[in-house]
Every structure is written in structure tokens, then in C-alpha cells.
Write a new protein. Sequence first.
Length: 269
Amino acid sequence: MRLKDKTAIVTGAGSGIGRAIAIAFVREGANVALVGRRREPLAETAKLCVSGHGFSRADSAGTNNAALAAEVIAADLCQPADIDRIVKQTVERFGALDVVVNNAGALVAGTADNQKEADWDEMFDVNVKAVWLLSRAALPYLRTRGAGSIINVSSVVGLVGARNRVAYCASKGAVTLLTKAMAMDLGVENIRVNCICPGIVETELVADFVRRAPDPVAARRTREALHAIPRFGQPDDIAGCAVFLASDESRWMTGAAIPVDGGYMAGKA
């Protein structure tokens, strides 16, 4: 119960890393607002938070109340009105807000000469602008608590470049530096801002990319070999770091960009 009595918002909670973080947070005692565009995947995450593969939370009377720990909020993070609704609905449901996990993201491959402008705009809207807007909307409530933790999910390509990822690298690099700038501004208020930089993680997005490759087996092997531990990460590999950053165990940690990457960064200069 490392997150007992804490309330968190997790974006992109309908699948992959966001789903794993949400389940881990509930397992550790937090109340969680599950945010995403589609209600159906969020509802499935809520069910998994309740079942938790054997997880059970009971109140003092012995009644299982895990179902009360997850709130489904279907919303578009590119809409300012939805941003405000997410925060207000979370606080109305749970009475407070302690943690924000900005996990939702968009990825469209491209180089400087073939990236479509519409795709560039979408990645910056989802990957960067939404992170800023949701964090900003959450700040008054974090200040009420006298502390808070904002966790941004960046990427290893927010630290180093990658081929055919010009807009994605640029957007994730912005997330990394946004994290550090916010940490400098908010540390005096005991509001911590850190980011996790995953390597290649086994998500629906990655599975679809590999499936579309001319030779899916070769594409997978090539990308696995980029990691010192030669496999794709699992969403649970990222969730553990998020729990740590949300908990009081990391109370003197802010402005960090943490690679959770199977050693992807180990061989980089």
C-alpha cells in the first residue's frame, strides 16, 4: 500500500503502459482516474483494477471496495474543456488530487522531408501541449495538498535521436525539457516533476508497427537487439518506476529523466 490515501490521474489508461500503471496504482492503494478517448478500453482497465489478477482491497468492515478506486473519464486531451473536466471530475469523485501521470501519446513515423504537417501537429498536441495543459489544470489541487507528483512519460528518443522519427523525437525531447523546467519552477512548492523514458515496450502501438513491417520477424529482432537486455519491455516494467515516483519514497527527487529501457541507453555516448 505504498500509495495509500493518494489520488492519481493516469492518461492513456485504456491500454499498454497507462493500463499497467493504473492497475499498479490501485494495487498500491491509490484512487485512480482512468483517462482516454474511448470508454470501452477504460472500462476494461477498471475491471482489471478491481480483479487485479487476485488483488482485493477491503475496508474496515471487510467489504471489497476496490471498484470504488477507479473512475472512468472518456476525454480528448486536445480539448481544453475536457482537460478541465478531467481534473474537476477526479476531485469531485475522490476529494483530492496528488499525482498526475501524463502517459497518452501519439506516434507517426517520418523524416524531415516526408513528415506530414498534420501528423507533426497531432504529435505536439498530444505529446507536449496536453502534458502542459493537464499539469497546469492540476496545480491548484496539488497546491491544496501541499505536495504533488507529476510523472511524464517521455521516451529514450526524448534523450537521443532515432531514424524516421523526426516529429516524435522532437516532441519527446520537448517533454523531457518541459519536465526539467517545471521541476525548477515547482520544487519550492514541494511539487515534484519527473519523467520516465522507456525503451521499446510491448504495447499495441509497437505490435502494430512490427506487424506492418515487410519482415515482421526481422523487424522485431533488429529492435530487440538495440537493448542490452535483448527483448522488448513489458508495460509492468514501466509501472514499477511510476509507483516509485508517485510514492513518498522519491520525495527528494525531481527533474529526473529516468531511462527504463533494458539498457538501450547504455551504449549511447
